[in-house]
Write a protein that binds this ligand. Sequence first.
Ligand code: FAD
Length: 460
Amino acid sequence: MTTIDHTSVAAGLRARGFVGRVVEPADPGYDAARVGWNGAIDRRPAAVAYATDADDVAAAIRAARAEGLSFTVRAGAHSVSGRSVRDGALCIDLRALDRVEVDPESAIVGVGGGALLGELDAATQKHGLAVPAGQISHTGVGGLTLGGGMGWLMRRHGLTIDSLLAVDVVLADGEQVRASATEHPDLFWALRGGGGDFGVVTRFEFQARRVGPLVLAGVLVYPWDRARDALRASRELMESAPDELTVFDVLLTAPPGEPFPPDLQRQRVAVIGVAWCGDHDEGERVLAPLRTSCPPALDLVGPMPYVALQSMLDATAPHGWHFYDRQHYLPDVSDAFIDALLKGFESVPTPQAHIVTSWLGGAIDRVAPGETAFGHRGAQALTWIIGCSVDDPVDPVRDWVRRVWDDTAGFATGGVYVNALDLDRPVRDAYADDVWDRLVAVKRRYDPDGAFSGNGIGFN
Ligand SMILES: Cc1cc2nc3c(=O)[nH]c(=O)nc-3n(C[C@H](O)[C@H](O)[C@H](O)COP(=O)(O)OP(=O)(O)OC[C@H]3O[C@@H](n4cnc5c(N)ncnc54)[C@H](O)[C@@H]3O)c2cc1C
């Protein structure tokens, strides 16, 4: 990679027709432009180029390649390991591509490559529709979708990629193509779970589902001395739960203040987060055995607007906190695993760190494993060990995450969700051999020079 003077980055971009704003190190606003969501990542890109449309993206790619400058692609900036910004590289920012177009008749939704989940939900819910996606409203549709996309609707409607119909893509040579089941099907396959290193998606086209406006959802909270019972009861429920029910079990430190009662505030608690996207009476019937067999100290489950559910957890992941996380796929959630997790959480180093176990299955498993590049259909659950602190040095948090991850590794399948890759793990770990080989073949065809290398290794 050639290092070039900052003045030549903007000049090179303009020379190839880039019209958007370019922010370079000497410019006011550079520090704001270079930071992402994770406050622990501190990188200095050669420049940030704010693309205005697909032509601008193509111009930025052509300019970077002509100058011998590597580049990254940024949408919601939520990559925990900071893949979307790299020292000395051009960051092509897509946030201006945030348009969401909804056709209420066909329920087909066009979404700009830089839109955030909250923008997608707001536009679709006006028509009683939703695209299954993630749980924090300021996550980017771009990165989340390209890795798979898990959230509150996944057991009923599948991963985000399972609702994807087509994409408009700018390739490594600047050419613009559409990929779908019938157009560039190999590229379309790779983009559904293979991550972002095949091209820049400037527009996603989704088949939305009828959801809401109210869903039955919320949290059941248990004191720490009943956490084991709660996680076991959650498992009992989920082993035969209808697909309409998606559940996330969370170990966390209850924050001070409402709605937590004083005896739970600042204490470790277990939380069962639920979302039922079907008939509410039926949902109450399905949840009744859990409430009866393991009554919570605090029951906040009831009808709520779908858009409120989609931002209910935003306060747990604000911009600027320091994050480091690791993740396991689980073939089953055993008693021994639950015990190991609880033991690990007893040494949690900060009030912000938490552990989330998401129950998978349902619609996710009704798509055949080879149909998309997403590699982990068939796992019962996914556990995400999330180390975070407001502004402390990240080391004690990182050590805790690694320790809990090591102590629970024996229960896991060994794979990793590409959207949860930490800095220490190669992207290769996210895929089984057959999927990896197909991804490499697609990479060679569409990006033979490895121009897209945001995930750290690329597929060459
Ligand atoms: C607080 C938080 C909550 C999360 N919740 C969930 C969740 O509920 N479900 C879930 O599945 N995941 C979740 N994730 C993981 C999330 O899916 C990934 O971090 C994802 O990469 C974020 O996408 P982004 O566009 O915001 O990130 P960015 O940092 O902008 O992008 C990450 C990478 O994605 C690629 N990329 C992004 N957009 C495009 C595009 N349009 N075209 C080509 N490449 C692109 C690039 O390679 C880029 O380096 C969460 C992450 C965080 C930090």
